[in-house]
Design a protein around this ligand. Sequence first.
Ligand code: ZN
Length: 239
Amino acid sequence: MRYLILSDIHANWEALNAVLDHAKGSYDEILNCGDIVGYGPDPNLVVDWCRTQTSKIVRGNHDKACATLEHLEWFNPVAAQSARWTHANLTPQNLEYLVALPTGPIIVEELELSHGSPEDEDEYLVYPDEIGAAAAHLGHRVAFFGHTHVQGCYIIHRGMAKRLMMDTVDLEPDCTYMINPGSVGQPRDRNPRAAYALYDSSRRFVEMRRVEYAIPATQAKIIQAGLPEVLAQRLTLGR
Ligand code: ZN
């Protein structure tokens, strides 16, 4: 099966569409590591799309916060403001969908999908030692995760993780891999292009990709919606 792996779309409709155009013809099913809403100006367009097009999805911390408005005291003021705006603007049907999203990890074929770490959906896996430690909790050799908005493919050997710097990786049968496809809608690795990954499970082949999208269009919508300006500015910077 050929999978398109998406994470952290964050209600960015222009970025999502650029990714779908760019990936056209190279996948059979779509998997999603969560945070489909929050920050961005198009929560309903993105949730409507996810409801019909995504095969398997786990919830992210922003999906949970926007759906329930619980524990916003743990969010910074900008994230909390965007969560309240998103909650107020979502249709009842889309709110219901967000509330019902499953907590990861979920298993698809032989791979695991989670938002943060396999142990905790809110945990950020940034450094190789954190990723190596998290891999101990996996039941499978291949796992996809999101949450940090930083794209990267890591190979784990004896509890140590090493980032592979190439864009395409042939997965070795006896090794464990943890792969962050990066963020579609709000990249934070100083590369403003939308990030995603492709995974072919029969060829055991991963490809990390980036694509440009109409950032000014998304920024204009953010301002128009009355969301914090910093959410527009950071898209240009990719951080
Ligand atoms: Zn996120």
